[in-house]
Design a protein around this ligand. Structure first.
Ligand SMILES: [Zn+2]
Ligand SMILES: [Zn+2]
Length: 441
């Protein structure tokens, strides 16, 4: 049976909660329909990208003495029509505001809900449709894959925002087993170990920065990876900074992918390592399934394309980069770390990607001067990026951070908020949530 992963932007969820909590003249509960796009990954898993919500009109509720909301056929037809005319996924969504922990569907929720979803499935059979129930801080979902006889529990529901709010409907609500290897990081939370081993992390670019990132992810306990780099290890400039690479790798001209797959497997023999000795653009189908992607790219245009991809699929993107300016003395070493959260400021909002920076890069294309790169700033940038990711996942700091934009000064060894953070808009105009999802031709 294919697994189903559901992603919903925090901003959209906030607006849904506002709507579902509005009082109604004669019913105690409201429901609504959420819409999105379903995509299939290289492992035949479904990812549902929810990006739109429509409330049920007040007059379409039926007066009833029963608990729970009843909606009339006009409301259902309206929902079906919208999903049908846009070839979208449809999710019936309601709220159990009274329940703590993970909300559970009532018998009634399931029997009336399944009927709606089964008939929806015959209208748009290319998409996944289902039911979502929310409460204050968690959610639950059941969904139907076209052709299956019944709805199944979603594998994972991810609310994507300044934190990853994760629900795993198949887990029992008990404390996860403890593995001694992770006894020093128990402070990350009671389900941290299990959560970490279930999330999928992408790393694009396996040189100076990417090598530190993969190494740390593997030690922390991540077991699912998508790694991409088209290059091989060579002795003329890689061994000065690619951690984990050896003289032997350079002699055998091993791919960077092979070196980092080895690094992961030396700690987790049965890890899932997707990707390959390819450009990431050739591996869309693998990267779509990532929860977080680290970008360790050299070019502005590469970053723009990767961030664009992450926004489409509601993936948290963490970008790092460094440089050394040698045109004036003393030389200056600098770097930056950017967290790009769907719906929040992007690399363009940060002023990092501009028409000018893209144009300059295009003009200099083909001038293959080797830019200075050394191991230690990459280590600092990568470690900080990992720290940001661990807080996204576990919320161990309980601090509500926004999209980080940090600036590294390698001459005086400091990391601080980038000055641009005070000047940018808080809502990104470049990638509206409603436009997420794959390009539909
Ligand atoms: Zn219910
Ligand atoms: Zn933006």
């Amino acid at each position: 049976m294919s697994k189903i992963y559901i992603r919903i932007p925090q901003q959209l969820l906030d607006s849904i909660l506002l709507d579902l909590r509005r009082p109604h003249k004669y019913t105690y509960e409201r429901v609504g329909f959420c819409y999105g796009h379903s995509v299939i990954t290289s492992l035949n898993e479904w990812v549902v990208i929810l990006n739109e919500y429509k409330p049920v009109k007040d007059e379409n509720y039926i007066k009833t003495s029963l608990v729970g909301a009843r909606i009339n056929s006009a409301a259902i037809t309206e929902g079906f029509q919208f999903a049908y005319s846009n070839s979208m996924s449809l999710f019936h969504i309601h709220l159990h505001d009274f329940e703590g922990g993970r909300p559970e569907f009532s018998y009634d929720d399931l029997s009336s809900g399944s009927e709606i979803i089964e008939s929806m499935s015959s209208f748009v059979n290319t998409q996944i449709h289902g039911l979502i129930v929310l409460n204050k801080n968690s959610c639950n979902a059941m969904a139907l894959i076209s052709g299956d006889s019944e709805l199944q529990k979603a594998e994972q529901i991810t609310v994507v925002g300044a934190k990853l709010n994760l629900s795993f409907p198949k887990w029992k609500n008990t404390v996860a087993n403890r593995n001694n290897r992770y006894s020093r990081q128990l402070f990350l939370g009671k389900n941290a170990e299990k959560t970490i081993s279930n999330l999928k992390i992408g790393v694009v670019g396996l040189s100076g920065g990417g090598s530190h990132i993969v190494q740390q992810l593997a030690h922390i306990g991540f077991k699912k990876y998508v790694l991409a780099d088209p290059d091989i290890i060579n002795d003329d400039s890689n061994l000065n900074r690619v951690v984990g690479a050896t003289i032997e790798d350079a002699k055998k001209m091993r791919s960077k992918f092979a070196v980092f797959e080895r690094l992961v497997r030396n700690l987790h023999p049965r890890a899932e390592v997707l990707g390959g000795k390819k450009r990431w653009e050739e591996l869309f189908s693998d990267f779509k399934s990532c929860d977080i992607i680290f970008g360790c790219l050299d070019t502005v245009i590469g970053r723009r394309d990767l961030e664009n991809f992450c926004r489409r699929y509601l993936i948290e993107y963490i970008d790092i980069g460094m440089g050394v300016e040698t045109s004036a003395k003393p030389f200056s070493m600098f770097g930056q770390i950017q967290l790009s959260i769907p719906g929040h400021p992007c690399l363009m909002c940060n002023g990092f990607i501009t028409d000018e920076s893209l144009k300059n890069e295009a003009n200099n294309y083909g001038q293959k001067t080797k830019r200075p790169q050394v191991v230690w700033p990459n280590g600092i940038l990568a470690s900080t990026a990992i720290g940001i990711a661990m807080d996204l996942i576990t919320n161990w700091t309980s601090t509500n951070r926004e999209a980080e934009y940090l600036s590294y000064n390698g001459n005086d060894h400091t990391i601080s908020d980038h000055l641009m953070k005070d000047y940018r808009k808080n809502i990104c105009p470049h990638y509206p949530i409603s436009e997420s999802g794959p390009i539909v031709l």
